[in-house]
Ligand binder design. Structure first.
Ligand SMILES: [Cu+2]
Length: 229
């Protein structure tokens, strides 16, 4: 009796102890995909959090792949959260105001110029982002409020956590260009940092270095101009 024990050939099939089901798995097995971990570091080798990592298929076909159609940028405690929100083109972002006072959210960025005029606590406004690029957010009432929405075309993207690591799951076989973006990096927009192949379902780990400005989050009016958005 043949029982398929290979992790390679039974990936995604939970009925590996049944030979008939195992054979069936050979025919209905979905295409494999790999998880790609990208570590983003500064020029001084410090891990960079809140960096957006993208994998763009060589040839530019970004039409396939699933990604969320909705995302949330909260206003709470007189701050935006998260500080950086990566989304795919076409995503609608909700802007719930969870404070007891009003906010007036706006952006002058070319990728999305918009204004959500004064709205109070408990209210939510929505904006759909159709153009790739960095969108710097501010509030007309509270100058300290600052956040970024980074709109990407590819379905393969993730944001680094505090240890500088981002995991992009379910990357199908192919050749990809890696890019990393951070609002405080020296050159804007993001610079592609090279290509690599996903040739097996073995997970891949890559290290990307980006040159950062001084470690600061601009809190003054006019800071957007300095950022070049
Ligand atoms: Cu505000």
């Amino acid at each position: 009796m043949m029982v398929l024990e290979s992790a390679d050939s039974t990936r995604g099939c939970k009925l590996r102890r049944l030979p008939v089901a195992a054979l069936l798995c050979l025919f209905i097995q979905p295409a494999w995909a790999a998880d790609v971990t990208v570590i983003v570091m500064s020029q001084s080798r410090a891990p960079i959090s809140d960096a957006v990592v993208t994998l763009s298929p060589t040839g530019g076909d970004v039409s396939s792949g699933e990604s969320p159609k909705h995302a949330v940028m909260v206003q709470e405690h007189q701050q935006f959260a998260p500080f950086v929100l990566p989304i795919r083109v076409g995503t609608t972002v909700e802007f719930p105001n969870r404070d007891s006072f009003r906010h007036h959210v706006y952006s002058f960025s070319p990728a999305k110029t918009f204004e959500l005029k004064l709205y109070g606590g408990g209210e939510t406004q929505t904006v759909t982002f159709d153009v790739p690029g960095a969108v710097a957010l501010g509030c007309n009432i509270h100058d300290n409020m600052l956040a970024y929405i980074y709109v990407v075309e590819t379905p393969y993207f993730a944001k680094t956590s505090s240890n500088g690591r981002a995991v992009i799951q379910g990357v199908p076989p192919g050749n990809y260009e890696i890019a990393a973006w951070h609002p405080n990096q020296k050159s804007q927009p993001s610079n592609p940092t090279g290509n690599f192949d996903v040739v097996s379902e073995n997970n891949v780990e890559k290290i990307v270095s980006i040159e950062m400005k001084r470690d600061r989050r601009p809190r003054q009016p006019g800071a957007f101009d300095e950022q070049g958005y």
